[in-house]
Design a protein around this ligand. Structure first.
Ligand SMILES: NC(=O)C1=CN([C@@H]2O[C@H](COP(=O)(O)OP(=O)(O)OC[C@H]3O[C@@H](n4cnc5c(N)ncnc54)[C@H](OP(=O)(O)O)[C@@H]3O)[C@@H](O)[C@H]2O)C=CC1
Ligand SMILES: O=C(O)C1=N[C@H](C(=O)O)C[C@H](O)C1
Length: 268
């Protein structure tokens, strides 16, 4: 499968370039970064630390998508919706790892998914997607006697909060309770907040250092607490998930899919 990496000079972009090069059955045919980037023209493999691949970094996605079967996109919301339109035009698989997407951004992905395969997930790891299934199940079993709080920590450079993964886990908890997350989520607490409302789903965000990604879902009841935790130790985990998603999506009919579809754990 011929793949393009957009945001190829970023933390995830470099890991994706390396993973595509190392994966049997995938070839890197394009590497895109932001217009005006000082790194344009440099070899994507050299940037990724694996030696030259003969694929220079450019700011021309249209040309790159025309010779590709799929694109791996871990960039920024504004860029991702533009790439979604271009990938739909080219009828290629679009794997979206970008987080911080708004409702309008998701509507743009859905529009693109009428013409091409879009696989979107706030977290591409097996562990988190399995944990989401467990969270849904525990939330369904316990009900509102147990308060749900979601805690996440990431490196100091992360720009969005709560993380896409925290929101994915919150959605899973809300599904288990049969409620809409947007009506019951509490993302910030400060000052005299009053007591906790039963049924709310709380979020807490920590940022610092080089933490790759840590998430806990805490079910706090009277005198007991259940905690489910995932710790990502290496970004390669997300990159391998993204490449797996692209290979899975190749040849599928247009639509928006999740990592739970790719991993075949949607029914757990
Ligand atoms: N779903 C998942 O499993 C995971 C998701 N992520 C998400 O992936 C995203 C990227 O994370 P990370 O790699 O750490 O961030 P980085 O900032 O390191 O990388 C983003 C890259 O995208 C580039 N970029 C921005 N705008 C454009 C554009 N219009 N065209 C082309 N390239 C562009 C940036 O360029 P420049 O620096 O010049 O702005 C940068 O090189 C985040 O939303 C993060 O939350 C991260 C890990 C796992
Ligand atoms: O920005 C990151 O680094 C990460 N972002 C994703 C998120 O927002 O959940 C996934 C992962 O935790 C790393």
């Amino acid at each position: 499968m011929r793949l393009v990496v957009v945001g190829a000079a970023g933390r995830m972009g470099r890991m994706l370039v390396k993973t595509v090069a190392e994966t049997e059955g995938t070839t890197l045919v394009g590497a895109i970064d932001r217009e005006g980037s000082a790194l344009l023209g440099q070899d994507a493999g050299t940037l990724a630390g694996i030696g030259a691949l003969g694929v220079p970094l450019t700011d021309d996605p249209l040309t790159a998508f025309a010779r590709a079967d799929g694109v791996l996109d871990f960039t920024m919301p504004a860029a991702t919706v533009t790439f979604a339109g271009l990938a739909a035009q080219a009828r290629i698989v679009h794997v979206v790892g970008t987080t911080g997407l708004s409702e309008q951004d998701f509507a743009r992905l859905d529009a693109a998914a009428r013409h091409a395969v879009v696989v979107q997930s706030g977290n591409m790891s097996l562990g988190i997607n399995l944990m989401a299934a467990l969270v849904r199940r525990v939330a369904r079993t316990l009900g509102e006697d147990f308060d749900i709080e979601i805690l996440e920590m990431h490196h100091r450079m992360k720009v969005d909060a709560p993380s896409g993964t925290a929101l994915l886990l919150g959605e899973a908890a809300a599904e288990g309770r049969n409620i809409a997350l947007k009506d019951r989520s509490v993302r910030v607490r400060d000052g005299h907040t009053g007591a906790r409302n039963p049924g709310d789903i709380g979020f807490a965000t920590l940022r610092g250092g080089t933490v790759v990604g840590e998430h806990s879902v805490i079910f706090a009841g009277a005198g007991e607490r259940i905690e489910l935790t995932h710790r990502a130790e290496d970004r390669g985990l997300f990159a391998r998930g993204a490449v797996k998603a692209a290979l899975w999506g190749f040849g599928k009919k247009p639509g928006r899919y999740s990592m739970a579809d790719v991993l075949d754990i949607a029914a757990i």
